[in-house]
Design a protein around this ligand. Structure first.
Ligand code: BTN
Length: 236
């Protein structure tokens, strides 16, 4: 089971906006691209149910919003400026992943948003041995890296505080507020990257910008410019 699965079931039963499902550990944690998400004790694994009454074309912004909320909360709580966002919504601390976000959207038969679930996984107090071999070199845990001792509950409270403020601003004022903050926290522009779709490299070049919809604009060595609003990148 995963908190996203529980959240979807509860949303289908009518759970209201703002419902949060938290697990101490997950047996069936999912990541993006159908990957397994390692979710042992010591991490913060939770999902928020939202019911934004907006045009579904803007729904992708919810994931960016969540990334900004987590980055701001962690920066504040841990008193650090080292946390940055790697497009589209991985949070990195000194280049290593400390948080991943997986959102799912459900439309009703009229194409109107029924609910969105936003699943957030934060490596709070995992030790090196808690990471499987394939991610050990690219992931880290907040408490270990920043020499602090916060509980998952403290991190959750901090995140929900920023999440609430940002979500209300976004509903009221639109994407601008979120995108401005996202741009400031983003560490992707100027980097040489491989753009991947389901582990296949589809483009290589330098990120020149991230547009207001959250798509990255990449220029390759031939000067060809392409934008991507899907997939993921590896920074070289
Ligand atoms: C990723 O970076 O691939 C996204 C990881 C998302 C993990 C969180 S943990 C809580 C929620 N439940 C899941 O199964 N996944 C998300």
């Amino acid at each position: 089971k995963s908190t996203n699965e529980t959240a979807v079931a509860m949303a289908q039963e009518g759970a209201p906006e703002g419902t949060v499902i938290v697990a101490a550990r997950q047996e069936g944690g999912h990541g993006r691209m159908q990957r397994v998400w390692n979710s042992p004790l010591g991490g913060l694994w939770f999902t928020v149910i939202l019911r934004p009454q907006i045009d579904p074309q803007y729904a992708a912004q919810i994931t960016l919003l969540a990334g900004v909320a987590v980055a701001k909360a962690v920066r504040r709580l841990y008193d650090t400026e080292s946390v940055q966002i790697k497009w589209p919504n991985d949070l990195l601390l000194d280049g290593k992943k400390i948080c991943g976000i997986l959102s799912e959207l459900q439309l009703d038969e009229n194409g109107v948003i029924d609910y969105a679930v936003v699943g957030i996984g934060v490596n709070v107090a995992l030790s090196a041995a808690d990471f499987p071999a394939e991610v050990a070199a690219t992931a880290t845990s907040l408490n270990t890296s920043l020499h602090k001792d916060f509980t998952c509950e403290q991190v959750l409270v901090a995140i929900m505080e920023d999440f609430g403020i940002l979500y209300d601003k976004w509903l009221l004022l639109g994407a601008d507020v979120v995108m401005k903050e996202w741009q400031k926290l983003n560490c992707t522009v100027g980097k040489h990257v491989l753009v991947k779709d389901n582990d296949q490299v589809v483009f290589a070049g330098t990120v020149i910008d991230v547009d207001e919809e959250g798509a990255i604009i990449v220029r390759n060595e031939q000067g060809i410019v392409q934008s991507f609003n899907f997939g993921e990148i590896s920074i070289r």
